[in-house]
Design a protein around this ligand. Structure first.
Ligand SMILES: [Zn+2]
Length: 344
């Protein structure tokens, strides 16, 4: 069995593959801690120890999930400094490009909703990465929590629609609660419909801690992707519904194993999804807290038996449903196709 905390050697044939990560959160306080630690020549927070304790102390599923992210809130004041803001985002993008990523779509919650000028800072981070990796593209996905108060939702939805019309964003993640039990999706559909009408693609987190909400999620206006959907893989009728819908699943295996959506890498339903004809993408979700990278995720899936052409399909699947403009998509597909042509 693959240990979720194992040092995985990335074989050269996997290291050189063009990769895409379309489900990664900004993890702003863990990233901030990492860049501040480097600057202060100290060790960053020990996320491996933290995650091991999480797995020991809490049952799989929702109880583990609710303990991620808030760990490091006390250092968030440092995020007010634009250079720190850029640096923590640069950290995400540089980590990905080092592993061969040509596309990284980062999800932002409060930091995007409450710091509207942050798009300029994110573009600056992307520009700096492109100095070394000119082919690399970054996508920005607003993460909309339905638990936010109505005033905030009424402020940010029109703002995101304006950004869509200005060609600054191309998709959004609508997060409905409750997550583990069946939710009322009326408001989520309403918001998704507004965003989709403005041209945005929609993704949702679903079936990560239970099979609840999967069928409702598939009815979301504008839906092209599902985050996780892991539990759908344990129920053939749900797998079939996803296959029929044509949506892509964003699979984050290490996150699923550590939070308990899957008991192990070996029993993860990614192969079930592929066998059912569902396009899958490989993603990292919360790579700092899960101590992984996109290259490591590709290497793990390779160890599980996915061939190099199958890994290349994952990259292509991600590019095809990425929330980017058509010109960027053609550019990335060309890089992918050129690689495949040279490989075969
Ligand atoms: Zn996620």
């Amino acid at each position: 069995m693959i240990d979720p905390f194992a040092q995985i050697v990335i074989p050269p044939e996997v290291a050189q593959l063009p990769k895409a990560d379309i489900h990664i959160h900004a993890e702003r306080s863990p990233r901030l801690d990492r860049i501040l630690a480097k600057r202060d020549s100290r060790e960053p927070y020990d996320w491996v120890a933290w995650a091991k304790n999480l797995m020991q102390d809490y049952p799989a599923g929702a109880e583990r999930l609710e303990r991620i992210s808030p760990v490091f809130e006390h250092i968030l004041d440092a995020d007010q400094d634009p250079e720190n803001f850029i640096a923590r985002n640069l950290d995400i993008l540089e980590e990905a490009t080092k592993d061969g990523a040509i596309l990284t779509e980062v999800r932002y919650g409060r930091d995007l909703a409450d710091v509207p000028n942050c798009l300029d800072l994110l573009q600056e981070a992307e520009r700096r990465v492109q100095n070394n990796y000119p082919d690399f593209r970054m996508g920005v996905i607003p993460f909309i929590f339905l638990s936010w108060d109505k005033t905030k939702l009424d402020r940010i939805i029109p703002m995101y629609i304006d950004w869509a019309q200005a060609g600054l964003i191309y998709g959004a993640d609508v997060f409905t609660i409750p997550y583990a039990e069946e939710a009322d999706w009326t408001e989520a559909y309403h918001i998704a419909d507004k965003l989709a009408s403005a041209g945005l693609g929609i993704t949702v987190h679903v079936a990560e801690v239970s099979p609840a909400n999967l069928e409702s999620a598939l009815k979301t206006p504008g839906l092209t992707r599902l985050g996780h959907a892991t539990h759908a893989g344990y129920h053939p009728h749900l797998t079939e519904k996803i296959a029929k819908s044509g949506v892509t699943i964003e699979c984050s295996l290490s996150c699923n194993v550590i939070l308990g959506a899957s008991q192990s890498y070996e029993t993860h339903p990614i192969r079930t999804f592929v066998s059912a004809g569902i396009p899958v993408a490989l993603c990292t979700d919360d790579p700092v807290q899960m101590s992984t990278t996109i290259g490591r995720e590709y290497a793990i899936v390779h160890q599980l038996g996915f061939s190099i052409p199958e890994l290349l399909d994952c990259t292509k699947n991600a590019i095809q449903v990425a929330f980017i403009d058509d010109k960027q998509r053609r550019h990335l597909l060309k890089i992918h196709n050129d690689y495949v042509a040279n490989f075969t």
